[in-house]
Design a protein around this ligand. Structure first.
Ligand code: GLN
Length: 566
């Protein structure tokens, strides 16, 4: 079968959950045995969201090959188990960058460079995933790992290896492309033009799924379809006729409404699907399957629909989720009071909770407000705390106070990246006796820079994309709590996003005083995990385990942390 392309756009308002719908489509097609990838095209001009404040754009997700991306890639990975790469996250900035570089090299042979065709051609090339020359061998390796597909096909161990070698090419059965923003945005116009051209070029090998909103007007006691009609009209004015409409709604839509939308928007009735609010985002794929979204896509494309896959593992997970009623209270000590800022951490906690038959109830604790006087009150009732990642000075003293409190009260504590660094600083100040210990990120003049800039970072001037990014190997110390958590695994790979590191000059002092370095990068000797074995669960990781937690494979460290909290 030649590759089929699914384009997902959104209209009426933003935040409808295009990412969840795209991930759900991916999941459903994968469950039918297809090899799928999902990519996100964002119309903003930043090269990547790495330099964006979380208030602007939520969490910055990091792929195994080291691309800083939109948080929707986290949904794609959690739903499907696919390892995304830098090819799965594209922005207007990157498109222009490529075209301008090429122009400067003289590749266009004297032509005037224009949005159409040069920018749109570059967008099309990437939508078709012709950018294979950009891949390094490490990335090809990542592309070939497709855990979700193996799960769905019920392959284990040895067979999984066969599957990955067999599929080491980048050829997919389905490429799902989600376009960020809302129809009608000026900046998304070139992407729409690229989709229009591809639809025409690819014929039945492409389908357009358009997501809209059907609001309920309380005063009139009515559900309104007009915004959807307008949104489709807008799409049609750009030459795109949607094949499938997904209507987001807070209330059930009856057949009369679906019929009305179908007839006004030139869409088959069976291709008008409703996506009601669900108690959990993980119910969405099943709800979409029930309404035949994947079947409608296959029929449009002209592929035999076949039997509806059972998705047993997914249903088992949903059953567990529905049954988990006992709550475990987790404090999230960070500086961004925003759901999306720590998205992957929240989801990793939720998932690990469900697999431990509990509901992880997450309480945001603003680290800027923590003082020595109120720390016990702020952390009261928490079964465990997470000390969050971050950058810069703001709120770090609160994180250090929290780390001290939980260390001295033996409350399970998980420090991630900056959170780990704060645990290390707290230990230096209060156990090793270095009163002004700090990270040189926060205080370059500290007399004890227990967290320090990596040598190779010292000459870097450009901020974008220059951190230590992506997956690195780590070797665990046998017998440590981390080693136990990973199921007695010695070699692990985890994703990073930071410039500063544990300063190895202090390693011996730490170990002698009871904080052990139990995860080491074998190539550079960098300390990746610290723990205090005399406590119940006190672990800090320089890497971000939250990026590799998935619905069917919750992360072992989060699993172990939740167990300790219970
Ligand atoms: N600011 C710290 C560093 O750059 C930690 C970064 C993070 O938490 N992701 O090393």
């Amino acid at each position: 079968m030649n590759t089929k392309y699914i384009f997902v756009t959104g209209g009426v308002v933003s935040s409808l959950g295009k990412g969840i719908i795209s991930a759900s489509i991916g999941k459903l097609l994968q469950a039918r045995g297809y090899k799928v990838t999902i990519q996100k095209f964002d119309p903003y001009i930043n090269i990547d969201p790495g330099t964006l404040n979380p208030y602007e754009h939520g969490e910055c997700y990091v792929t195994a090959d080291g691309m800083e991306t939109d948080l929707d890639l986290g949904h794609y990975e959690r739903f499907t188990g696919i390892r995304t790469t830098r090819q799965n996250s594209i922005t207007t900035g990157r498109i222009y960058n490529t075209v301008i570089d090429r122009e400067r090299r003289g590749d266009y042979l004297g032509k005037t460079i224009q949005v159409v065709p040069h920018i749109t051609d570059e967008i099309k090339r990437r939508m078709l995933r012709e950018e294979v020359d950009e891949l390094t061998s490490k990335q090809v390796l990542e592309v070939s790992s497709d855990q979700g597909r193996a799960d769905e096909l019920n392959l284990q161990g040895k067979q999984l290896v066969n599957l990955s070698t067999k599929n080491s090419s980048t050829k997919y059965d389905f490429v799902i492309t989600e376009v960020g923003g809302t129809i009608g945005d000026i900046e998304s116009a070139p992407f729409m033009e690229a989709i229009r051209q591809l639809r025409w070029q690819l014929g039945r090998d492409a389908v357009c799924v358009h997501l809209t909103y059907v609001p309920y007007l309380k005063a009139a006691d009515e559900l309104k379809t007009k915004p959807t009609q307008h949104s489709v009209k807008e799409l049609q004015s750009m030459g795109i006729q949607p094949d499938i409409l997904v209507l987001r709604t807070e209330r059930h839509l009856d057949d009369a409404i679906r019929h009305k939308v179908a007839s006004f928007c030139n869409v088959d009735l069976e291709c008008v699907v409703q996506s009601e609010d669900m108690p959990s985002i993980y119910e969405v794929p099943v709800n979409m399957q029930r309404q035949g979204l994947d079947a409608a896509i296959l029929r449009k494309i002209g592929v035999p629909v076949g039997e509806t896959p059972a998705m047993k593992l997914w249903h088992d997970f949903l059953d567990k989720q529905r049954k988990a009623s006992k709550e475990v209270h987790i404090g999230l000590v960070g500086k961004y009071d925003l759901q999306d800022a720590y998205k992957s951490i929240r989801e990793s906690l939720n998932l690990a909770g469900i697999y431990n038959d509990v509901k992880a109830k997450i309480h945001f604790v603003n680290s800027e407000e923590i003082t020595p006087a109120n720390v016990s009150e702020r952390l009261a009732g928490m079964a465990g705390i997470i000390i969050c990642p971050g950058f810069g000075q703001r709120g770090i003293e609160g994180k250090i106070l929290a780390a001290e409190y939980t260390r001295t009260h033996d409350i399970p504590t998980f420090g991630i990246c900056l959170g780990m660094q704060m645990m290390v600083i707290e230990f230096a100040r209060n156990v090793l006796g270095y009163k002004d210990a700090n990270s040189t990120e926060m205080n370059p003049d500290t007399s004890a820079g227990v967290i320090d800039l990596m040598e190779e970072q010292k000459s870097i001037k450009q901020m974008g994309g220059t951190m230590r990014l992506g997956a690195y190997e780590c070797v665990l110390v046998e017998g440590s709590r981390a080693y136990e958590a990973y199921g007695n695994e010695i070699h692990i790979q985890e994703r990073h996003r930071h410039r500063y590191e544990f300063n190895n000059n202090y390693q011996k002092e730490y170990e002698d005083a009871g904080m052990k370095c139990v995860g080491i990068n074998p190539d550079t000797n960098l300390v990746e995990i610290v723990e205090v074995p005399s406590l119940r669960w006190y672990i800090g990781t320089q890497f971000h385990p939250e990026y590799s937690s998935t619905v069917l494979h919750p992360h072992p460290l989060f699993m172990s942390f939740i167990k300790a909290c219970i």
